[in-house]
Design a protein around this ligand. Structure first.
Ligand SMILES: [Zn+2]
Length: 122
Protein backbone atom coordinates (compact mmCIF):
# COMPACT_ATOMS: atom_id res chain seq x y z
CA UNK A 1 0.00 0.00 0.00
CA UNK A 2 1.26 3.42 -0.92
CA UNK A 3 0.99 6.08 1.72
CA UNK A 4 0.58 9.57 0.35
CA UNK A 5 2.77 12.11 2.05
CA UNK A 6 1.04 15.27 3.15
CA UNK A 7 2.08 17.99 0.75
CA UNK A 8 1.04 21.42 2.08
CA UNK A 9 1.57 23.12 -1.30
CA UNK A 10 -0.67 20.63 -3.12
CA UNK A 11 -3.24 20.74 -0.33
CA UNK A 12 -3.34 24.55 -0.35
CA UNK A 13 -3.57 24.53 -4.18
CA UNK A 14 -6.64 22.27 -3.90
CA UNK A 15 -8.20 24.44 -1.18
CA UNK A 16 -7.63 27.60 -3.22
CA UNK A 17 -9.19 25.98 -6.30
CA UNK A 18 -12.26 24.95 -4.29
CA UNK A 19 -12.53 28.43 -2.76
CA UNK A 20 -12.49 30.11 -6.20
CA UNK A 21 -15.17 27.75 -7.59
CA UNK A 22 -17.43 28.28 -4.57
CA UNK A 23 -17.09 32.06 -4.83
CA UNK A 24 -18.06 31.90 -8.52
CA UNK A 25 -21.11 29.74 -7.77
CA UNK A 26 -19.51 26.67 -9.41
CA UNK A 27 -19.97 28.17 -12.88
CA UNK A 28 -17.65 29.37 -15.62
CA UNK A 29 -17.51 33.18 -15.26
CA UNK A 30 -17.17 33.50 -19.04
CA UNK A 31 -19.98 31.27 -20.39
CA UNK A 32 -21.88 30.09 -17.31
CA UNK A 33 -21.48 26.35 -17.81
CA UNK A 34 -21.18 24.11 -14.74
CA UNK A 35 -19.10 21.42 -16.45
CA UNK A 36 -15.34 20.72 -16.52
CA UNK A 37 -14.46 23.69 -14.34
CA UNK A 38 -10.93 24.88 -13.72
CA UNK A 39 -9.67 27.46 -11.25
CA UNK A 40 -7.52 29.76 -13.34
CA UNK A 41 -4.71 31.92 -11.92
CA UNK A 42 -4.93 35.36 -13.55
CA UNK A 43 -1.30 36.03 -12.62
CA UNK A 44 0.57 32.72 -13.01
CA UNK A 45 0.75 30.62 -9.88
CA UNK A 46 4.55 30.82 -9.87
CA UNK A 47 4.05 34.26 -8.35
CA UNK A 48 3.84 33.08 -4.75
CA UNK A 49 2.35 36.28 -3.37
CA UNK A 50 -0.76 35.67 -5.46
CA UNK A 51 -0.89 31.88 -5.60
CA UNK A 52 -3.51 31.59 -2.85
CA UNK A 53 -5.19 34.96 -3.29
CA UNK A 54 -8.89 34.71 -4.16
CA UNK A 55 -8.67 37.90 -6.24
CA UNK A 56 -6.19 36.12 -8.48
CA UNK A 57 -8.63 33.33 -9.35
CA UNK A 58 -11.35 32.83 -11.93
CA UNK A 59 -13.56 29.81 -12.55
CA UNK A 60 -13.37 28.91 -16.23
CA UNK A 61 -14.60 25.86 -18.10
CA UNK A 62 -12.11 23.66 -19.92
CA UNK A 63 -12.99 25.26 -23.26
CA UNK A 64 -12.62 28.84 -22.11
CA UNK A 65 -9.46 28.07 -20.15
CA UNK A 66 -7.54 26.11 -22.77
CA UNK A 67 -9.01 27.33 -26.06
CA UNK A 68 -10.52 30.81 -25.77
CA UNK A 69 -8.05 32.27 -23.26
CA UNK A 70 -4.88 30.75 -24.69
CA UNK A 71 -5.75 31.43 -28.31
CA UNK A 72 -7.11 34.94 -27.78
CA UNK A 73 -4.97 36.56 -25.10
CA UNK A 74 -5.87 40.10 -26.20
CA UNK A 75 -9.63 39.34 -26.12
CA UNK A 76 -9.16 37.80 -22.70
CA UNK A 77 -7.41 40.90 -21.29
CA UNK A 78 -10.10 43.16 -22.74
CA UNK A 79 -12.85 40.92 -21.33
CA UNK A 80 -11.12 40.81 -17.92
CA UNK A 81 -10.81 44.62 -17.77
CA UNK A 82 -14.48 45.07 -18.78
CA UNK A 83 -15.81 42.49 -16.33
CA UNK A 84 -13.48 43.26 -13.41
CA UNK A 85 -12.35 46.88 -13.77
CA UNK A 86 -9.17 47.66 -11.81
CA UNK A 87 -8.46 44.03 -10.93
CA UNK A 88 -5.25 43.70 -12.94
CA UNK A 89 -3.83 46.89 -11.35
CA UNK A 90 -4.77 45.61 -7.89
CA UNK A 91 -3.02 42.29 -8.57
CA UNK A 92 0.09 44.03 -9.89
CA UNK A 93 0.32 45.97 -6.61
CA UNK A 94 -0.23 42.86 -4.49
CA UNK A 95 2.41 40.99 -6.46
CA UNK A 96 5.15 42.83 -4.61
CA UNK A 97 3.74 42.70 -1.08
CA UNK A 98 5.58 40.51 1.38
CA UNK A 99 4.56 36.86 0.97
CA UNK A 100 3.43 34.56 3.76
CA UNK A 101 4.75 31.01 3.60
CA UNK A 102 3.28 29.75 6.85
CA UNK A 103 1.29 26.78 5.57
CA UNK A 104 -0.34 26.04 8.93
CA UNK A 105 -1.84 29.50 8.96
CA UNK A 106 -2.62 29.37 5.25
CA UNK A 107 -4.56 26.09 5.62
CA UNK A 108 -6.58 27.56 8.51
CA UNK A 109 -7.41 30.68 6.45
CA UNK A 110 -8.32 28.75 3.29
CA UNK A 111 -10.48 26.20 5.15
CA UNK A 112 -12.25 28.98 7.02
CA UNK A 113 -13.05 30.88 3.80
CA UNK A 114 -14.42 27.68 2.20
CA UNK A 115 -16.61 26.98 5.25
CA UNK A 116 -18.00 30.54 5.07
CA UNK A 117 -18.94 30.14 1.40
CA UNK A 118 -20.39 26.65 1.93
CA UNK A 119 -22.70 27.98 4.65
CA UNK A 120 -24.10 30.42 2.10
CA UNK A 121 -24.88 27.68 -0.46
CA UNK A 122 -28.52 26.51 -0.63
ZN1 LIG B 1 -16.80 28.71 -20.16
Amino acid sequence: MRIKKYNPIKYCDDLWAEWVKLRDGKKCVKCGTEFELHSHHIIKRGVWNLRYDIDNGLTLCFYDHFHWLRQNPMDYIKWLNDKYPGLLDKLELKRYEKARHDYTLLVICLESEIRKLKRRQP
